[in-house]
Design a protein around this ligand. Structure first.
Ligand SMILES: [Zn+2]
Length: 211
């Protein structure tokens, strides 16, 4: 299968593009969240890195965006709004709550818009679900994100969707630990930060008690 060319819905990915997309911002609930998508080009580069687009598709989109800057700006705004919708839905799921109806309604609108672009493609003697070639459509990076969201919501991995315990992070991840007990997106970063925070708090309590 041509890695990066078209995504298969059958393979179980190690991670999910839709969660990675939600994670293009840190700390969703903050006034000044850490934003990775500063421009439409950032969105295209992100999609290329995640193999949502081929080099050729990415170049085509960047070229189209330079001809239609206002449209590219509008797609970026839409991408960010969709990102919040996806975050809200999976954050609710991660906390055992039902997603809000307006969020599901937005997702369904996007789902209905994107699905007609799907195509059965033949590759390496097999078949897979890819996309029609619509190089002029600047929202192309979002198609895969929308489909991934619908795939994950209906997959048996849904119960493993978790949100990082760190308030400064809020990244979503798939918890594949045995007891589904993972608290942080990454032990090396958020896990250690939480540990040293607790350690610092304990030291302070101790000092106060001794002083
Ligand atoms: Zn984290």
């Amino acid at each position: 299968m041509g890695a990066g060319k078209v995504e298969s819905s059958a393979a179980e990915p190690r991670t999910f593009v839709c969660l990675e997309f939600a994670n293009t911002v840190s700390n969703h609930r903050a006034d000044n969240p850490g934003e990775k998508l500063g421009s439409y080009a950032d969105l295209v580069h992100w999609a290329r890195k995640l193999e949502v687009l081929t080099d050729q598709e990415a170049e085509g989109l960047l070229e189209a965006a330079s001809r239609k800057p206002a449209e590219a700006e509008a797609v970026l705004r839409k991408a960010k709004a969709l990102r919040e919708t996806i975050f809200n839905i999976f954050s609710s799921v991660a906390h055992g709550r039902a997603p809000l109806r307006p969020d599901l309604a937005i997702l369904n609108t996007e789902f209905a818009r994107v699905m007609p672009y799907q195509q059965i493609l033949q590759e390496d003697g097999g078949f897979l679900i890819g996309w029609q070639n619509q190089s002029g459509d600047l929202s192309r990076p979002l198609w895969t994100v929308v489909r991934c969201t619908s795939n994950l919501l209906t997959s048996n991995e849904l119960g493993r969707v978790s949100e990082c315990d760190s308030d400064a992070c809020t990244w979503l991840f798939i918890d594949r630990s045995k007891n589904a007990s993972r608290k942080w997106c990454d032990m090396g970063t958020c896990g250690n930060r939480a540990k040293s925070k607790r350690h610092y708090a304990r030291m302070h309590q101790q000092e106060a008690a001794e002083g």
